[in-house]
Ligand binder design. Structure first.
Ligand code: ATP
Length: 282
């Protein structure tokens, strides 16, 4: 019987780059939040081989991070069989929404169930970090302060929040963005502590006042916010290192209307709301 999971995208309500380790990895201080936009993963165990098929055919096969996730999990538990994985991609690729990381997290989660492996949350998180900095958060999901290179995760309350996610067409490589941020000089008046307080008390004004992304200094960000002019949003911000721009709304109806209208104008726009988990089996 195949297993099925939703793998939720994430956005960053706050993202500061706080340092660079000797091994080249960047350290972050960030607020991650899972949102309802999701990929769908179907997994079946087989006699041998790992077969990854995606509705976006460029992502089928061995280069998919899900293939790596399977290899890692199989070797950790000494499993000699195989798996067929079908991915239905709804999360835009290379968008700063951790689509690949979400798929990898869902795969680890499903394999733990399918193989009755009983790996603890900590063991899964260690495996996840080997696959990528965003994968440990995607396993937990909801809303969390994330620090280090992605391994320090402090979950917090997830209030219902509404968004329009707008994926710009242009994309700079994540490597280039990090190189730019190394030399960028900025002072932030926004505070992650205040943001977390706003989240805990579901005070959207406090959240919106503290929306921050250091990578906004590397983008023509003001131009990208123009699409949201005229809508009653509480703030516009960048997710990850871009190119997705998000608008926060108090009203779900206003957010849905905005997403529909932007879509009809040819924008790659999605309505999404916050979710309290990163992977959901049904
Ligand atoms: P992050 O926010 O974690 O930095 P992202 O959202 O910017 O990631 P992804 O959508 O995860 O980026 O894609 C990054 C690259 O990973 C793509 O160029 C793609 O070729 C590759 N990739 C491998 N597997 C997947 C997958 N399952 N889904 C999406 N991309 C994948």
């Amino acid at each position: 019987m195949p297993l099925y999971a939703k793998a939720f995208a994430k956005i960053n309500l706050f993202l500061d780059v706080t340092g660079k380790r000797e091994d080249g990895y960047h350290e972050l201080d960030s607020v991650f939040q899972s949102v309802s936009l999701c990929d769908e993963i179907t997994l079946s165990l087989t006699g041998g081989g790992i077969n990854v098929v995606c509705n976006n055919s460029e992502l089928s096969g061995e280069d998919n991070i899900v293939y790596e996730a399977c290899k890692l999990f199989f070797s950790a538990v000494g499993y000699k069989g195989g798996a067929d994985i079908i991915i239905k991609k709804n999360i835009p690729v290379a968008a700063g929404m951790a689509g690949g990381s979400a798929d990898a997290a869902a795969t680890l989660y499903l394999l733990n169930i399918a193989l009755c492996a009983n790996k603890s949350a900590e063991e899964l998180s260690e495996m996840a970090l080997k696959l990528g900095a965003d994968v440990p958060f995607c396993l937990v999901g909801g809303t969390a302060r994330v620090q280090g290179i992605g391994e320090k995760i402090e979950p917090t309350h997830t209030p219902l929040m509404h968004y329009v996610l707008l994926k710009e067409k242009q994309k700079q490589s994540t490597g280039k963005m990090f190189a730019q941020i190394d030399s960028a000089k900025y002072v932030t008046k926004q505070s992650i502590e205040e943001m977390l307080c706003g989240i805990k008390t579901a005070n959207l004004s406090l959240v919106s006042k503290n929306l921050f992304n250091a990578f906004a200094f590397c983008w023509p960000f003001d131009e990208m916010t123009n699409a949201f002019k005229g809508y009653a949003h509480k703030g516009v911000f960048l997710s990850g290192s871009g190119p997705t721009v998000c608008a926060l709304f108090e009203s779900g109806a206003e957010a849905e209307k905005c997403a529909l209208e932007l879509k009809s104008k040819g924008f790659n726009a999605f309505y999404a709301h916050s979710t309290d988990c990163g992977v959901k089996t049904v």
